[in-house]
Design a protein around this ligand. Structure first.
Ligand code: NAD
Length: 346
C-alpha cells in the first residue's frame, strides 16, 4: 500500500486534531507540522513524534527556534517538498498567501472553512460531494456549521429530491482555548442577514435551498442549530422514519433528551468525554430525538455541533478524495472512523 505523505500547515485547534486523525490512518503519514515560533503547542508535536517546521521560510523566524527546546527541521518550503498533500489549518483568511506557496510546490492542498469557497472553487463534505473532489488538485473542507448541516440535510435531500431550509445557528462565542473573544455576558445577533452559514451548504450541495440567521452566545462548548425544513409533497416520510434515517447515517448520534437525561450541550460534551477521544472531542453531530417533529411537510429539529472536531474526520476522507485512493465516501468514512477508534483504544 502506498502511504500518503501529509503536511499540516498551522498546528492550532484544528491542525493538532487533524494531525492525530491522519496519524491514526494506515494509508497516511504525517511528514511534518508547522508552528510560527516556539510555544507550548510545539511540545505536543514533539511528544507525538511529528517533525516540526517553521510556518515561514525566512531564516530569522526559523532561527527563533534555535534557543528553544524544540528542534525545527526547516521552513515551509522544505516541508512542502517532501509532502503529497498539505492541509492548511492556518487562521481564516490567510489562504490566498498560502495558496501561492502550495501551487509553487506543485502539491495537492486543502483549506478549512475560514476560507471562502472562491479561493479554491471547490468545497468538500464526505456525504455531499466526495466524488466531485476525486483527484482534484485542491479544495476547502467547509466549516463546522456547514459540515453539521450537511450531515443531516444531505440524507434527507437524497431521500426527498428537494428541500427548502431555514435555520438559526446559535454559536459558541469562543473555543475553550481562546481568551480574546466574546461576548461573555451578552447575546450577539449576526446583523449580516442571511448569515453565510446556510448558503455555504450550497457550495457542496447546490440543490438544497437554504438560508440562515446566526447569534453568538457566551459558551465555549458547542453550536446548536434550530432547523426548519420544508419537504416536497408526497415525501413519504414520518417523524419516526426520519429519526431512523439519521440513526443509520454515519457520524450522526440521535439520543433522547428526556429519557437519556441529556437535555443540554453540557451533558452532550460530558458524554463525549466518556467516549474517550482525545480533547473530549465529538466527531458526530448530535440530534435530540424528542426535538424532532414532522408536521405535514414541515420538519422541525435541533442539533448540536462540537465546533472543534466535527470537521476532523472529514479532512481525512478529503485526503483520500484528492489523492484518488478511495472513490466510495461511505467506505472512506468507515475506514477513517475505525482507525480513529483503534488509535484511541475505544
Ligand atoms: P487557531 O488559531 O487555533 O490555529 C491556527 C494555527 O495556525 C496557529 O497555531 C497559528 O500560529 C498558525 N498560523 C498563523 N499564521 C499562519 C500562517 N500564515 N500559515 C500557517 N499557519 C499559521 O485556528 P483554528 O481554530 O485551528 O482554525 C483554523 C482553520 O479552521 C480556520 O480556517 C477556521 O475557520 C477553521 N475552523 C475552525 C474551527 C474551530 O472551531 N476552531 C472549526 C472548523 C473550522
Amino acid at each position: 500500500m502506498v502511504t500518503i505523505k501529509v503536511a499540516i500547515n498551522g498546528f492550532g485547534t484544528i491542525g493538532k486534531r487533524v494531525a492525530d486523525a491522519i496519524d491514526a490512518q494506515k494509508d497516511m503519514e504525517i511528514v511534518g507540522v508547522t508552528k510560527t515560533g516556539p510555544s507550548f503547542g510545539c511540545g505536543l508535536a514533539v511528544k507525538k513524534g511529528f517533525p516540526l517546521y517553521c510556518t515561514f521560510d525566512d531564516n530569522e523566524k526559523i532561527s527563533s527556534f534555535a534557543n528553544s527546546d524544540y528542534d525545527c527541521k526547516g521552513g515551509l518550503t522544505d516541508l512542502l517538498s517532501i509532502a503529497d498533500v498539505v492541509i492548511d489549518c492556518a487562521p481564516g483568511k490567510m489562504g490566498a498567501d498560502n495558496l501561492q506557496k502550495y501551487k509553487s510546490a506543485g502539491i495537492k492542498y486543502m483549506f478549512q472553512g475560514g476560507e471562502k469557497h472562491s479561493l479554491t472553487g471547490l468545497s468538500y463534505t464526505s456525504s455531499a460531494n466526495h466524488s466531485e473532489n476525486f483527484n482534484a488538485q485542491g479544495t476547502r473542507v467547509v466549516s463546522c456549521n456547514t459540515t453539521g448541516l450537511s450531515r443531516t440535510l444531505v440524507p434527507l435531500f437524497d431521500y426527498c429530491g428537494s428541500l427548502k431550509v431555514e435555520c438559526t445557528m446559535i454559536r459558541r462565542a469562543a473555543d475553550p482555548g481562546d481568551s480574546d473573544k466574546g461576548p461573555i455576558n451578552a447575546i450577539q445577533p449576526v446583523l449580516k442577514v442571511p448569515s453565510h452559514h446556510g448558503p455555504d451548504v450550497m457550495t457542496v450541495k447546490p440543490e438544497i435551498e437554504i438560508n440562515s440567521l446566526a447569534v453568538a452566545v457566551p459558551t465555549t462548548l458547542m453550536h446548536v442549530h434550530s432547523i426548519i425544513a420544508d419537504l416536497p409533497e408526497g415525501h413519504g416520510l414520518t417523524t419516526e422514519k426520519i429519526i431512523q434515517m439519521w440513526k443509520d447515517t454515519p457520524r450522526v448520534i440521535v439520543m433522547n433528551g428526556k429519557d437519556d437525561r441529556i437535555p443540554t450541550t453540557a451533558e452532550v460534551m460530558e458524554m463525549a468525554r466518556d467516549i474517550g477521544r482525545k480533547w473530549g472531542d465529538l466527531h458526530e453531530i448530535f440530534v435530540w430525538e424528542d426535538g424532532v417533529k414532522l408536521v405535514n411537510n414541515r420538519l422541525y429539529y435541533f442539533q448540536a455541533i462540537h465546533q472543534e472536531s466535527d470537521v476532523i474526520p472529514e479532512n481525512v476522507d478529503c485526503v483520500r478524495a484528492l489523492m484518488g485512493t478511495e472513490k466510495d465516501w461511505k467506505l472512506s468514512v468507515a475506514k477513517t472512523d475505525l482507525a480513529i477508534s483503534e488509535y484511541y483504544g475505544i
